[in-house]
Design a protein around this ligand. Structure first.
Ligand code: BGP
Length: 477
């Protein structure tokens, strides 16, 4: 069994969940900097001021800002060919509204990308991963206001220009469809304020949510078109959370309900970003939901011109859709829906479904016929040290092995798969709960939810396992 020779094996992280250094070298306040941590039952919340006695997970996170050399060396030791990370907008433009960028912020990412290149690791950069300058939330209610589009463009053009010789692969918005999930009203912050929930905050109406999403889709198309025009060497991608949904039964009503669910949740944004126009099923959905979107001819042109070169998604779980009442629902599964009796779930309720990955990759490829990369996948687990002081994370190896096997089967089915970057390749702060206890990494970081820990790094069993997977190009699992 073998993946293609140039298969991009690597790992993924995001600025706000691992950099720390939230207020150094001129960085401005970003939305996650105002989020406290939380738990499954007691969601994190967003505050409008920083208080001394509160714990804000993003403030120190795992301090990649000061450990990047050590961490990239470990990624290189595993044989990474690609490293997915994001740029924190507030390091470049602290409030989003300055005329000139912050040089120290630009230098930081330059150093990170150079360090990657030193080891032959290709950076894959997300321009917006669940963060935005808080100043833009205060002034504009974030993406709800179309003025933010031009500010985002300015930021993107600055980093394109600066890193044009270091970065080839770019993604515009992380999980751009996150705000249309069943938890949409709580996840709406991802769309309006650029941050993933659920957080305890006032819900945003569907009208505002879809307007904000429209602004993000326009912003994405604009920067993609600009990149194609000015930097032909760039490869531009979208990024979706793919939440595979099956009909719970063979009742045709369940099948139709699942199709409708998939349209809105899984296909809408990528249809716009790849086919260059709003799909017709959304017109019906908007009508049913009482949402009115004014899309001008000029905007339609923008969407047409700014289509992406490759498709990317995160994949963690699947769900079931039914019209029947009284079916058990899955608690914690971000996809919501009914419980699938054939699947097991993680400690956080995410239903584990490797076959669903093979199925989804086939569906995606048949629809778009462009290269695909799985840029997030993994098992969030509570890692405990054994008596020998090591982390024996066989459960993580088992999860990843089954998903890599599924990806391989998809390539055998004919899917053009270009790479795989498991999420949180080094332990970091959880996006949904703000916890450190939910760990994904091959590398353990000594840092805990009460803020203690010396931040030292240690290899888990999965480190050597993944190293061997990459060395054998996926043959030895
Ligand atoms: C995705 C996000 C990531 C990441 C991951 C795992 O939705 O893009 O930022 O956090 O999920 O989620 P969590 O951290 O909530 O376990």
């Amino acid at each position: 069994m073998a993946f293609r020779k140039d298969f991009l094996w690597g790992g993924a992280c995001a600025a706000n969940q691992f950099e720390g250094a939230w207020n150094v070298d001129g960085k401005g306040i970003s939305v996650p900097d105002l989020c406290t941590n939380g738990t499954k039952r007691n969601p994190k919340c967003i505050t409008t001021e920083i208080r001394e006695n509160r714990f804000y997970p993003s403030h120190e996170a795992i301090d990649f800002y000061h450990h990047y050399k050590e961490d990239i060396a470990l990624f290189a030791e595993m044989g990474f060919r690609v490293f997915r990370t994001s740029i924190n907008w507030t390091r470049i433009y602290p409030t989003g509204m300055e005329e000139e960028p912050n040089e120290k912020g630009l230098v930081f990412y330059e150093n990170v990308f150079k360090e990657c290149k030193k080891y032959g690791i290709e950076p894959l950069v997300t321009l917006s991963h669940y963060e935005m300058p808080y100043a833009l939330v205060e002034k504009y209610n974030g993406w709800a206001d179309r003025n933010v589009i031009a500010l985002f463009e300015k930021y993107c053009y600055t980093v394109f220009d600066r890193y044009q010789n270091l970065v080839k692969y770019w993604l515009t918005f992380n999980e751009i469809n996150g705000g249309v999930t069943p938890l949409g009203t709580t996840l709406s912050l991802s769309t309006v304020r650029g941050y993933e929930g659920p957080v305890a905050d006032a819900p945003v109406s569907p009208q505002v949510r879809f307007e904000a999403l429209h602004h993000q889709l326009l912003a994405s198309a604009k920067v993609v078109a600009y990149a194609h025009e000015h930097y032909p060497q760039f490869q531009m991608g979208d990024m979706n959370v793919f939440l595979t949904a099956y009909p719970l039964t063979c009742d045709p009503e369940d099948v139709l309900a699942a199709q409708k669910h998939n349209h809105v949740i899984n296909w809408f944004c990528s249809d716009v970003q790849i086919r260059g126009e709003y799909p017709s099923y959304m017109k019906r959905y908007f009508k049913e939901q009482g949402i009115c979107l004014e899309i001008s001819e000029e905007e339609k042109e923008i969407l047409k011109r700014g289509t992406v070169d490759f498709y990317t998604c995160s994949y963690y779980m699947s769900s079931c859709i039914t019209t029947h009442e009284g079916e058990a629902t899955v608690e914690g599964n971000l996809a919501g829906g009914a419980k699938n009796p054939y699947l097991q779930a993680s400690d956080w309720g995410w239903q584990i479904d490797p076959d669903g990955l093979r199925y989804s990759l086939n569906e995606i490829y048949e629809r778009y016929r462009i290269p695909i990369m799985v840029v997030e996948n993994g098992l969030g687990a509570r890692d405990e040290k054994a008596e020998d002081g090591q982390i024996h994370d066989s459960y993580r190896i088992d999860y990843l092995r089954r998903h890599i096997e599924a990806m391989y089967e998809a390539t055998e089915d004919g899917v053009d798969l270009m790479g795989y970057t498991p999420w949180g390749c080094i332990d970091l702060v959880s996006a949904s709960t703000g916890e450190m206890a939910k760990r994904y990494g091959f590398i353990y970081v000594n840092k805990f939810d009460d803020g203690t820990g010396d931040l030292s790094r240690e290899k888990k069993d999965s480190f050597d396992w993944y190293k061997n997977v990459i060395a054998t190009n996926g043959q030895c699992l």
